[in-house]
Design a protein around this ligand. Sequence first.
Ligand SMILES: [Zn+2]
Ligand SMILES: [Zn+2]
Ligand SMILES: [Zn+2]
Length: 249
Amino acid sequence: MGKFKPTTIDVGTIQKRFEAFEIDVDWDVIEKLQACRNHLEHLHPAHTLGEVAEFVAELFPVLRDFIQTELGESPAAILGDAWQLMLLHHNFFVDTTKRCEEAWSEAYVPEGMEPWLKESKCPECGSTLLAPAQENLDAGDSVERNDDRFKATCIACGYTDLVAPLMVGALENAHSYDPRDGGEASLEGCNQCGRGAFLIYEQSCLWCAAELEYTECEMCEERLGQEDQDNGGLCSYHAHSYEKFMRED
Ligand SMILES: [Zn+2]
Ligand SMILES: [Zn+2]
Ligand SMILES: [Zn+2]
């Protein structure tokens, strides 16, 4: 006792009934919002304000479709003022996202890193509404080359910080692993550009697009890494045997 159950309103039951009536709803969005709501209710918000704002914006089309398609009603008639507020919030979110994307398109973001810019969140409020800093755009800076000074500003809360660590951080998050579970690193620092964006299995860097000269061992076809490139196309084992053979000769 003492612990709250994770669901206060029983979404599972609602879901079953909806399915029985063949009512279509995007449950992924609902579940995300519900988890967020539970955290808020128990005063341990795992989500920041910026994230909550985005859930609400995501929920909007789900609610609209549900009322229009399934209930055959007009959302404005059913929800009144709340509908107008949601509409404003949703439109603001969609508009701002679009404007941020357009602004970044002039900032020379490395192509391989573009998806990780989309995943980047404000460290203060969790919003994804990040825009390139005007001063960097005015100076004609490029994210690819001027990552030591290129900043992003959060449209939701105004926080400003270097954008590169946010992008690399999002990439690292996706590649996190636990050696205790037998996990192995799939991401490392790039020998060409120095950024932590080299994908070990892809044998290429998302930041500078560097690729390996030697991708597999000539003797055993083992995949090679950045550390094997000085062996002239051999894995460390075969490079070592070759060296020994030459010495003995
Ligand atoms: Zn923020
Ligand atoms: Zn690189
Ligand atoms: Zn080999």
